[in-house]
Design a protein around this ligand. Structure first.
Ligand SMILES: *Cc1c(COP(=O)(O)O)cnc(C)c1O
Length: 376
């Protein structure tokens, strides 16, 4: 099928670009012997799991349903972390996952024996209290008062580490390996004595490995250091880096009007279909457009919802926009289809792929049923 034949709006994942990212990640695995997992919370397009599973070691989950999905659709290593597990879910989680990571000593005491009896690995999330990100407090698990991980000073109870085979930290978001290096130094300072007692360490996600300016060499040095100094198996669990820049959101202009600024109303919505645009916030790339001041015709792009703030950003174009124009946003594979909603009764975008031959295939389309089924 051709691009023009796709429904609108439509997420389109580019198989060739995904493959390119996976080869970069696989290169790190091959050269260092580390294991890389897909953090499903960023990208759960399971049609692609067979391809992802050819390169990566498995999946990691943030909750029961992701654990089931990883088990069913990839069937390789399956890890899970949750700030707190429910009594009524833990048995199923243990049956599906091989590494179960706890967030506190009380959770560890409650469930550790069950995990060990099932022959599965127990991990503990640590909080090195080392903030390396600026300006994104909602994405910084090291902020004061954070609910994530055990801190080194307050109630760290090393005698409870028996049976714990690994430590996990996750402190980064879209960051380069110099911030990983900084964090690792602090982890060594604060948790050093226990690093030689365990078997594995998980560096979490937030590594922007497939981004242009990422320093892969330094990442590999960090991995080698933990392997050689402490004899540890090293895991990474990036989400965003797996499908970074490997997808699009194609949309159509429905109308344009003027109120001090020209506005174009699209058949896609920031709040429904790309919520991180508002939450992060950020301005997604849009093919054929320019920054404000760069091209002649300026438009504020907005969605069909009633939310005043449902705007995607201000963009400039060479031609005036008109009803029926197709626009294509870039970097729309990650944190989009996993987070979308039908707020305002909006339809969900279809999901398609573009294969390596440039052919488009619709994988799924949604309807009124998908809106209704979540309500009662
Ligand atoms: C969010 C998260 C990830 C993935 O993060 P990315 O920024 O998408 O790489 C991995 N591990 C944990 C524990 C997370 O919370």
């Amino acid at each position: 099928m051709k691009f023009e034949e796709l429904p609108s709006p439509c997420y389109i994942v580019d198989e060739g670009l995904l493959d390119k990212n996976l080869k970069i990640l696989n290169g790190v695995m091959k050269r260092t012997g580390c294991k890389i997992l897909l953090a499903q919370k960023a990208f759960s397009m399971y049609t692609m799991y067979p391809l992802i599973g050819k390169y990566l070691s498995g999946t990691t989950a943030s909750g029961l349903y992701e654990a089931i999905l990883g088990y069913e659709e990839m069937g390789k290593e399956n890890h899970i972390f949750s700030p707190a597990y429910r009594e009524d879910e833990i048995d199923e989680i243990i049956s599906l996952c091989d590494h179960i990571i706890f967030n506190s000593f009380s959770q560890l005491e409650k469930f550790k024996e069950k995990v060990l009896q099932a022959g599965k690995k127990v991990g503990l999330r640590i909080n090195p209290e080392c903030s390396t990100q600026v300006g994104h407090a909602i994405y910084d698990p090291c902020v004061p008062g954070s609910r994530f991980g055990v801190t080194p000073k307050k109630d760290f109870r090393p005698y409870l580490l028996e049976g714990v085979s690994g430590l996990h930290f996750h402190t980064l978001c879209q960051q380069n390996s110099n911030d990983l290096e900084t964090t690792l130094k602090v982890v060594e300072e604060k948790f050093g004595p226990w690093l030689s007692q365990i078997e594995w360490i998980n560096f979490g996600g937030g590594h922007y490995i497939t981004n242009e300016d990422y320093n892969i060499q330094l990442l590999e040095t960090c991995i080698e250091r933990m392997k050689n100094k402490y004899g540890l198996e090293v895991y990474l669990e990036p989400g965003e880096a797996v499908a970074l820049n490997a997808g699009y959101l194609a949309t159509t202009v429905l109308d344009t009007h003027q109120n001090g600024i020209d506005t174009a109303i699209l058949d896609t919505s920031a709040t429904c279909h790309m919520p991180d645009v508002l939450e992060m916030p950020y301005r997604p790339p849009l093919f054929g457009s320019g920054e404000v001041g760069e091209k002649e015709f300026l438009y504020r792009l907005g969605g069909q919802t009633c939310l005043t703030g449902d705007t995607i950003g201000d963009y400039t174009f060479d031609q005036p926009l008109k009803s029926g124009d197709r626009l294509v946003f870039g970097n729309m594979a990650v944190y989009t289809m996993v987070k979308n909603t039908t707020f305002n009764g909006m339809p969900l975008p279809a999901i398609a792929i573009i294969d390596k031959d440039g052919e488009y295939h619709i994988i799924r389309e949604f309807s009124y049923h998908d809106f209704k089924i979540r309500l009662s």
